[in-house]
Design a protein around this ligand. Structure first.
Ligand code: NAD
Length: 474
């Protein structure tokens, strides 16, 4: 392991893939011991090189080091630890019962790795959302090409330098680059593509994958709503909402996108939102080392364009030079407002007034199924209505954005917010083929009892077995 080893160059894509395919074909990545070694090495990388990762995240996103540990490095270590504890049982072959017509026979469900997997990461959590899928793909025994986001260049370069130092270079490669390199990569045949990012590129990825009938996991975004009931403790709700909305300056796929509340609840909530912002970031969030910046000028202009010339309820300040955008709340936004068209992906929080639970549910269900949906309420009946009457990738009751820290919960979207899921054992489902194996001893050859010609005796026998099968299934 030397510090000079870096990522593959784009021109080497085909050679790189051939090498990974050879490694996979040799069976290098399949043994449990190899997988566990890679996971331990990945964890070691995150621990030993934590300070460098923190610096890269600060350079790319002005991400605070504590936030980097909490939302980038820590969650991946949590996932790896969980996998190290449970991988053996997750990948164990399971015996299953077989129908009487086939007895004696043995059914087995075998987990096998897919082959060479492509992981395309986004810029907003460039460590967590690149390394967690990598860990899942390795845990399932695959060779992996990792393509970090070019929009987080310091993190991309660092991952490209570190990963070859810690992981088996014959099985894991980092290919850096933007649209051109990703387009080139997508022309190749992979055994699975795991993409995190926006839906427009998600469609490009899905189309490219379709050429090779490659399965894809699409971790996309969308507008995640929050409903606040008047029964909720508004001070607690405000702190949790402000925190989840301000993490990474709002550039979080599971951040609350907009609030739904009655005019009365909204009015009562506003002072609490103001207090929470001041409590976390002081009177001038611009001076706080704990508040991030917008990733680039394009996103900054898009966000400031959304609040230009309009009356804000809280915040609204910005500085183009440092791409600072103050936590901003706009109360009484119409459902047809431009703020309600696209995912905001920044620290702007619109509040849409509703008459109550049914109205809120109607607004949510008339839109794309979101990545997450949050409900603040003290009433079980309200909670139950949202669970029953809406669909979303995940639901957080009285807590936004935290579900992705729980390795036992699947993480993924539904419909336009994504397809497929990962984390914990769900990563193994995603990155494995679940193979059916049926074996039957050659002797006694009981199948002869059901072969033609269908004599009266055989007919009776088949009917008896079919009837019994039906009964035993009831
Ligand atoms: P991004 O711009 O970094 O793009 C993601 C990846 O796609 C990058 O690796 C990039 O190189 C590649 N890419 C970009 N254009 C491409 C093209 N034309 N062809 C092929 N590849 C291309 O990230 P982004 O899309 O701006 O990320 C923000 C979006 O991602 C938001 O919508 C957010 O909600 C969503 N997101 C979802 C999750 C999730 O886990 N579901 C997590 C983070 C972000």
């Amino acid at each position: 392991m030397t510090d000079t080893e870096t990522s593959a160059r784009p021109l080497d894509i085909q050679a790189t893939l051939s090498e990974l395919r050879r490694t996979f074909a040799r069976g290098t990545t399949k043994p449990l011991a190899w997988r566990l070694r890679q996971l331990r090495a990945l964890k070691q990388m995150l621990v030993e090189r934590g300070p460098e990762l923190e610096d890269a995240l600060a350079a790319d996103l002005a991400k605070n080091a504590t936030e980097a540990q909490l939302s980038e490095i820590g969650p991946v270590i949590g996932e790896i630890d969980h996998a190290l504890r449970h991988l053996r049982s997750w990948v164990r072959t399971r015996r299953v019962a077989v129908p009487l017509t086939l007895a004696p026979a043995f059914g087995r469900v075998v987990r096998e790795p897919l082959g060479v997997v492509l992981v395309i990461g986004p810029w907003n959590y460039p460590v967590q959302l690149t390394v967690t899928p990598l860990a899942g793909a390795l845990a399932a025994g695959n060779a992996v090409v990792v393509k970090p986001s070019e929009l987080a260049p310091a993190t991309s370069a660092l991952l490209a330098r570190l990963i070859p130092q810690y992981l088996d270079r014959s099985a894991v490669r980092v290919i850096e680059g933007g649209v051109e390199e990703t387009t080139e990569l997508l022309r190749e045949r992979f055994d699975h593509i795991f993409y995190t990012g926006n839906g427009a590129v998600g469609r490009i990825v899905a189309r490219a994958a379709a050429e090779h009938l490659t399965p894809v996991t699409l971790e996309l975004g969308g507008k995640s709503p929050v409903f606040i009931d008047d029964s909720a403790d508004l001070a607690v709700a405000a702190r949790r909402i402000v925190y989840a909305k301000s993490l990474n300056a709002g550039q979080t796929c599971v951040a609350p996108d907009y609030l739904l509340a009655t005019p009365r609840t909204a009015a009562a909530l506003l002072p609490h939102l103001k207090d929470a912002i001041a409590e976390f970031y002081g009177p001038t969030p611009q001076d706080s080392a704990d508040f991030g910046r917008i990733v680039n000028a394009r996103h900054f202009d898009r966000l400031t364009g959304l609040i230009a010339d309009r009356k804000v309820s809280l915040g609204g300040g910005f500085d183009a030079e440092t791409r600072y955008l103050e936590p901003t709340v706009i109360d009484g936004v119409d459902v047809d407002d431009p703020l309600m068209a696209e995912e905001i992906f920044g620290p702007i929080l619109p509040i849409v007034h509703v008459s109550g639970v049914s109205d809120a549910i109607d607004i949510i269900t008339a839109r794309d199924k979101p990545l997450a949906l949050y409900v603040f309420t003290a009433r079980r009946s309200v909670e139950r209505r949202f669970l029953r009457e809406t669909s979303s990738g995940a639901v957080g009751i009285n807590v936004p954005a935290a579900h992705l820290l729980v390795p036992r919960l699947p993480f993924g979207g539904v419909g336009p917010s994504g397809s497929g899921r990962y984390h914990g054992s769900y990563s193994i489902d995603t990155f494995s083929h679940t193979k059916a194996v049926l074996s039957k001893p050659l002797n006694p050859d009981t199948l002869r009892l059901i072969y033609p010609p269908f004599t009266e005796l055989r007919d009776l026998l088949v009917r008896f077995v079919v009837a019994r099968t039906g009964r035993s299934r009831r």
